[in-house]
Ligand binder design. Structure first.
Ligand code: PNS
Length: 164
């Protein structure tokens, strides 16, 4: 069985992430989307909230599981006996950072963890969780960036009604 992990912050999940999830789920028999519990960042959504959001957003994909992890990705992948990590590439600006992480993970894992990159569908190339949060915090329209139920939860966090 071919399995992969798609790690990330997913704070919040965007249509860009969902595009990568859907396409990876077609390539692998089982895909685990895993939320990083990063104690050094102050996220908008807690890990538990992000897991719930991802579960709802991927409920039509039977071979996608949602999980969370803390610590090193290579340790998490080893414990799950998974050898492929998925990452999405939006633009050349993502590449340098992602290349460094992928090579570090490959080296640190003794060659056991490979990273597979999927290029984001052009339609979502501009999207990032940070810009979605910034737009929403000013009451802007994020309907083209995230599913409707996610948009509602984001506006709620900022204490504003939808679209202002
Ligand atoms: O969605 P993000 O924030 O771009 O995801 C980054 C992520 C979670 C893939 C990366 O930060 C990660 O794997 N962190 C876990 C810690 C780790 O393994 N670091 C080693 C890489 S040098």
């Amino acid at each position: 069985m071919k399995a992969a992990i798609y790690p990330g912050s997913f704070d919040p999940v965007t249509f860009g992430h969902l595009d990568i999830i859907r396409r990876s789920a077609e390539i692998f028999d089982e895909l685990t989307v895993s939320v990083l519990n990063n104690k050094t960042k102050t996220p908008l959504f807690s890990v538990e909230e992000r897991v719930k959001i991802l579960e709802e957003a991927t409920k039509d994909l039977p071979n996608v599981k949602i999980d969370s992890f803390s610590g090193l990705l290579i340790d998490y992948a080893k414990a799950k006996n998974v050898h492929v990590a998925i990452r999405g590439l939006r633009a050349i600006t993502d590449f340098e950072y992602e290349l460094q992480i992928a090579q570090t993970n490959h080296k640190l894992s003794g060659g056991r963890l490979d990273t597979m990159f999927l290029t984001t569908t052009l339609e979502y190339a501009y999207l990032s969780s940070s810009s979605v949060k910034e737009i929403a915090s000013f009451g802007g329209d994020i309907s083209q960036c995230v599913p409707e139920f996610v948009a509602r939860l984001i506006y709620e966090k900022y204490g504003i009604g939808e679209n202002g």
